[in-house]
Design a protein around this ligand. Structure first.
Ligand SMILES: CC(C)(COP(=O)(O)OP(=O)(O)OC[C@H]1O[C@@H](n2cnc3c(N)ncnc32)[C@H](O)[C@@H]1OP(=O)(O)O)[C@@H](O)C(=O)NCCC(=O)NCCS
Length: 215
């Protein structure tokens, strides 16, 4: 539920920040209640555009913040969320009205869930994770902090995904497997077995790689 009188601070204004900004407007959220904290903002929306680190200023302490950094800045997003929690800032969570989120799912702070996602019973989504359009997270799955779940991902039941991982578009994960933290699962991968921390995997059948560059 978004309360229209809440002032929202978007920290970062790359592709995720711009998408969320537009989504808030499309959902009739008043533009004058959205503040942006980013350097080099191309969009001129007057006095509500601020420098990236200005969210730390006392004058903005009444805002509800959401870090909107993308997958290339997951570590920075993690640091900012930790800072916001330590300093007891209000943290905003966005769930698009067209998404299904089970009442028994636990959704952390600063999470973004985009249109038509399905987050099933008993799922836990930790702070700062983003789930893009039409992804499915099946029952009893755990997703660690600041994980990036691209569009059209299918995660089966009883999966555990370590924090700061990246799941590429249309990747599919079998049930009962574990993904170590900071793993990268490339676009279209079919992951059928557990993988350790910092793994890079691609393909169907999946193969381990030394590195997969995300651009
Ligand atoms: C597209 C992507 C695979 C490119 O990665 P990359 O490392 O630049 O890719 P390369 O073309 O160099 O391929 C890396 C390796 O994977 C292999 N590979 C590429 N596509 C493959 C596929 N479909 N199946 C199996 N192997 C594949 C390549 O042969 C190469 O193998 P090698 O290291 O043995 O030579 C990767 O950037 C990716 O998955 N990005 C995520 C895109 C996405 O989901 N975006 C959503 C944002 S909203």
């Amino acid at each position: 539920m978004i309360y229209k009188e809440t002032k929202i601070g978007l920290i970062g204004f790359g592709s995720v920040g711009k998408q969320l900004y537009n989504m808030l407007l499309e959902n009739n959220y008043p533009e004058e209640s959205i503040y942006i904290f980013a350097d080099d903002i191309a969009l001129d929306i007057n006095e509500r555009c601020n420098k990236f680190n200005d969210f730390k200023l006392d004058v903005y302490k009444d805002l509800h913040y959401i870090p909107t950094l993308g997958y290339l800045s997951k570590n920075l997003k993690y640091e900012i969320l930790s800072y916001l929690k330590e300093q007891e800032y209000n943290i905003f969570t966005f769930i698009h009205p067209s998404a299904f989120v089970s009442k028994s799912a636990k959704i952390g702070k600063g999470v973004i869930i985009y249109p038509l996602c399905n987050v099933d019973q008993g799922v836990v989504i930790e702070d700062g994770t983003i789930i893009l359009n039409s992804s499915i997270i099946a029952h009893d799955t755990y997703v660690g902090k600041c994980t990036y779940i691209s569009p059209g991902v299918s995660v089966s039941g009883f999966v555990s995904i370590g924090e700061l991982s990246f799941l590429g578009t249309a990747s599919t994960l079998a049930n009962n497997i574990t993904v170590g933290r900071k793993s990268t699962i490339a676009i279209g991968t079919c992951l059928t077995k557990s993988i350790g921390e910092g793994s890079y995997v691609i393909g169907n059948p999946f193969q381990f790689k030394q590195n997969i560059e995300l651009s």
